[in-house]
Design a protein. Structure first.
Length: 319
């Protein structure tokens, strides 16, 4: 998208070579940041894009409203764009009753249908207004992560956020994406931190994740964590380790079940990620091996105590 002529007043309305009008911030003579473009004339007259621009293009999170008098009139797309095309997570809601299309888009086409979490995030929230994100509150917005000032979370360059804001920080419900627009986290936040219930992802296919409670950016409360094999190895992404149970301050602490594929299952107490308390350890049956030996009783710091042995006795050095 280019302008008909240089703009003498950055930040005010501009006219594109495409038939339409842009309102929003300008950097180096091009739309850059959160703005609005309304098509004027032609088959798309009345259509409107409200969202993020980069170097004059629809780029980042935005909403495209079909207002022109054609078969798409009344339809809305909410999601990510790249160079004017739908690219990344998005939801396409059609006015004529056609089933909603939701998932990951690539170069304008739906590539992988899936749940995106975007519509739930936006419910009841107006769009954040203005280019100063530190002033955004009680609204829905999108930012490239390096633009978020005073943010409590530590993220890589290129990470972006779409969701609720309060007092200039991600708050409420939202989603973080890596620079490829794959999900890093989706769920509840407070004051820029993971707090409440959410899911953190560690690979693009969703084999490795944690889903459950968070407090001050750490796993806390009930939760499930799972790690899978690498996507390109002979495991085919099968389950490798899974834990379901209690967390305290980021560590497995309380009651839980830990399963390691082709290794063991442990059910019982945990403390600081180690077996601790009453528990049962059941090895996996080995091919050609005998009956697995089940270990049951009191554990401390990952070790099974002898019957009748107290933790103090277990830690006492032999003379």
């Amino acid at each position: 998208m280019l302008f008909r002529s240089p703009n003498p007043h950055p930040g005010t309305d501009l006219v594109f070579k495409l038939p339409g009008r842009y309102t929003g911030p300008v950097t180096m003579g091009s739309p850059n940041g959160w703005g609005t473009f309304v098509f004027e004339g032609g088959d798309l007259a009345g259509d409107m894009y409200v969202g993020f621009f980069s170097a004059g293009n629809f780029s980042g999170f935005g909403t495209y409203y079909h207002n022109a008098p054609n078969k798409l009139k009344g339809s809305v797309f909410v999601g990510f764009f790249k160079d004017q095309l739908k690219d990344g997570p998005g939801v396409y809601a059609f006015a004529d009753g056609t089933p909603t299309q939701e998932g990951r888009w690539e170069k304008g086409r739906l590539d992988k249908p899936s749940k995106t979490f975007l519509m739930e995030t936006m419910k009841g929230l107006p769009f954040c207004q203005g280019s100063d994100a530190t002033q955004w509150t009680e609204c829905f917005g999108f930012l490239e992560f390096e633009s978020i000032q005073g943010q409590a979370l530590q993220k890589r360059d290129g990470t972006s956020y779409a969701g609720g804001f309060r007092n200039g920080l991600p708050d409420g419900v939202g989603s973080f994406f890596d620079k490829r627009r794959y999900l890093d986290y989706q769920g509840e936040l407070k004051g820029g931190k993971y707090e409440g219930v959410g899911t953190e992802f560690f690979d693009v296919a969703g084999y490795s994740f944690y889903s459950g409670g968070f407090l001050d950016n750490k796993r806390h409360g009930k939760g499930v964590s799972q790690s899978g094999g690498a996507l390109n190895d002979d495991r085919g992404g099968r389950l490798m380790e899974r834990y379901e149970g209690d967390y305290v301050n980021g560590a497995r602490t309380g009651q839980g079940t830990l399963y390691r594929e082709m290794d063991f299952t442990y059910v019982g107490g945990f403390k600081n990620n180690l077996f601790d308390g009453e528990g049962t350890y059941t090895p996996e049956r080995k091919p050609g091996g005998g009956e697995p030996v089940v270990q049951q009783g009191m554990w401390e710091k990952g070790k099974l105590l002898k019957p009748g042995q107290s933790p103090a006795e277990a830690g006492r050095k032999k003379k």
